[in-house]
Design a protein around this ligand. Structure first.
Ligand code: WQD
Length: 346
C-alpha cells in the first residue's frame, strides 16, 4: 500500500507516542518507532497492531546513542519527518536527578538533529509543554506569552530544547521545526487497547484518580483547596490524548507539504482552551462513569502553579486543529482503560 511517507517516532511505545503512532498509521504514514523501554512496555506494539492492523517497525534504541541513531537513519532513507517524544518527564525526579535529565533530554535532541541534518530530513515536531510558561500573568495563555524561569530541571530541559531548536533553525538548519506545547494530556484510545501505563505510584492526577476509583489506591489526595480559584483547587487544561495525537499528524503534514507554506520555526499551544479545577474534574469523572472517587484535601504540592489554560487560536487557524472530545468522554476513556488494565492483571 502506497504510504504518504515515513515518520520516525521516538518514544514510540510511550503514552503520547503510541497514540500518535496509531493516528499516523491511520492517516496513511509508515512509522519507524524507537524507544529505550525505560518507561514503557514493548507490548504496546500489540495494541497498536490490534487497532490499526499494522505493527510499526520498532527498534529498542536510546536516542543518546549516536551510532544506533545513525544506523536507523541509514537503514531508512525514506524517513521524511521526526516526531520526538523520547525524554525523561517526571517533574519530581528531575529535582532529585538534574544531571540525568539534562544529559538525557538535551543530548538526545542534539543527536537527532545532527542525524537529520546529515540525512536531509524535512522536519521535526517537538514535544514541548505548557510548563515553559510557568504561572502566566494573563490567561488564556498565548504562544507569545513570556517564558518564565523553570520551576524544575524537567521544565528547564523543555525550555532549553526549544532554544536549541530555535538556534539550529536560525543557523540555517536544512529541516523545519514545529514545537507543540501540550497542556495536560489525559484519557486513552476509545478501543481501550492502549492508554497511559504509569510505572509505580502515578504522579499525574488522572492515573491516580482512576486507580483510586478502581480500588487500587485507597483515596486520592487533592493537593490544596486554598488557592485563589473559584473552588480553591488548581485549574488545568485537560486535553484528550487522541486529540493531541491528531495535532501531531497535522503538524507533520504541515512540514511535508510545501504548499502549506509553513515557516522554518513554528510553535503551537495544543489545549482545549478551557480550564478545569481538580474538584470539578473529580465531579465530572463521577458523573460520567457513575463511579465514586474517595478523596481528601491535603497540603499544596511543591512547585504547582495555580492555574493555566490555553488560547488555542493559532493551532485552530494555522494548523487546522481543534480539540474534539468532551471532557466526560475523555474521562470515560480513561476509566475504560483502567478497567481493561484490571482485567489484564487477572
Ligand atoms: C494536575 C493537577 C495537582 C495528582 C505535569 C507536568 C507537565 C506534564 C503533565 C509531562 C495539579 C493535582 C495531581 C494528585 C492532585 N508532564 N493533583 N493529586 O502538574 O499540571 O503537569 O504533568 O509532560 O509538564 O508539569 O499535572 O497531573 O501532576 O497535576 O491534586 O494525586 O492535579 O496539584 O493541580 P501538572 P498533574
Amino acid at each position: 500500500m502506497a504510504t504518504k511517507g515515513t515518520i520516525l517516532v521516538t518514544g514510540g511505545t510511550g503514552y503520547i507516542g503510541s497514540h500518535t503512532t496509531v493516528e499516523l498509521i491511520q492517516a496513511g504514514y509508515k512509522v519507524v518507532s524507537l524507544d529505550n523501554l525505560s518507561n514503557s512496555s514493548i507490548n504496546v506494539l500489540e495494541g497498536i497492531e490490534a487497532i490499526t492492523g499494522i505493527r510499526p517497525t520498532f527498534y529498542e534504541v536510546d536516542c543518546n546513542d549516536e551510532q544506533a541513531i545513525e544506523a536507523v537513519f541509514a537503514k531508512h532513507p525514506d524517513i521524511q519527518g521526526v516526531i520526538h517524544f523520547a525524554a525523561s518527564k517526571a517533574v519530581g525526579e528531575s529535582v532529585q536527578k538534574p544531571l540525568l535529565y539534562y544529559r538525557n533530554n538535551l543530548l538526545s535532541l542534539i543527536v537527532l538533529l545532527e542525524a537529520m541534518q546529515r540525512h536531509g530530513t524535512k522536519g521535526i515536531v517537538f514535544s514541548s509543554s505548557c510548563t515553559v510558561y510557568g504561572q502566566p500573568e494573563i490567561l488564556p495563555v498565548t504562544e507569545d506569552a513570556p517564558i518564565q524561569v523553570a520551576l524544575s530541571p524537567y521544565g528547564n530541559t523543555k525550555q532549553i530544547n526549544e532554544e536549541i531548536l530555535r538556534d539550529a533553525v536560525y543557523a540555517g538548519a536544512s529541516y523545519k521545526v514545529i514545537r507543540l506545547r501540550y497542556f495536560n494530556p489525559i484519557g486513552a484510545h476509545p478501543s481501550a487497547l492502549i492508554g497511559e501505563l504509569p510505572l509505580g505510584a502515578p504522579q499525574n492526577l488522572i492515573p491516580y484518580l482512576t486507580q483510586t476509583a478502581a480500588g487500587i489506591r485507597q483515596e486520592l489526595s487533592v493537593f490544596g483547596d486554598d488557592y485563589n480559584t473559584p473552588d480553591g483547587s488548581c485549574i488545568r487544561d485537560y486535553i484528550s490524548v487522541v486529540d493531541l495525537a491528531k495535532a501531531h499528524v497535522l503538524a507533520v503534514e504541515r512540514i511535508l507539504d510545501e504548499a502549506k507554506g509553513s515557516e522554518a520555526l513554528e510553535t503551537f499551544n495544543i489545549g482545549t482552551g478551557r480550564g478545569v479545577s481538580v474538584l470539578e474534574l473529580i465531579r465530572t469523572f463521577e458523573a460520567a462513569t457513575g463511579v465514586k472517587v474517595p478523596y481528601k484535601i491535603v497540603g499544596r504540592r511543591e512547585g504547582d502553579i495555580v492555574q493555566v489554560w490555553a488560547n488555542p487560536e493559532r493551532a485552530n487557524k494555522v494548523l487546522g486543529w481543534q480539540a474534539q472530545e468532551s471532557l466526560a468522554d475523555t474521562l470515560r476513556s480513561a476509566w475504560a482503560w483502567q478497567v481493561r488494565l484490571g482485567e489484564r492483571e487477572k
